[in-house]
Design a protein. Sequence first.
Length: 213
Amino acid sequence: MWRKIFIILSTFVLAFGILFTSILRTAAVKYDFSQPSKLTQRTYPTILGNKSFNIDYYLVYPGRILPDSPLWPIKAMRDRIWLKITTNESRRAELNLLFADKRLAMSKILFEKGNPEVGFSILTKAEKYLEEAVNLEEENRKKGLDTSEFLQKLALASLKHGQIIDEILAIAPEDAKPGIIKTENYAKESYEKARNALLQKGILPPENPFSWN
């Protein structure tokens, strides 16, 4: 009897996983970019004014399952469930930053692999996770929670996102560059919010080496 129940449950889980994967693939936003030419001159300004800068912030290992993998929908669903069941407000902010950093690293890998369509899609998701982390920090601060340490991390992370976006921009197809440049605004605004909050607390924020106007 227990064996039959196990087989039925296993079949149901497998069927649900296949169905869920199919739905996500159907609903996913599709991008179509030309492949970059080694002879093409860049026509857009770099985000990083001085390429000798390297932001002292560690991007965590994104894992082996990337958004171009058939298993990605399951991993993405796991992350969403993880956020849903996390009730600690500070931890939810940290998770959003974690997912932002991982997706940023994934995006660069995908662009390097010659898959700019998926790379751009996951880059936009990375920056939206970063924006959500900033919004949650602000909510937590208004509730009286001490977010000073997390604000420092957010400021550094935002600068690192700017650095990596610039590196992606350097290898991206020309028709993908306008969209990539727009994603810089998430990093820029996130840094500005974290910087201003730190200054209000009397804390010196990380120095911004970028020529962000």
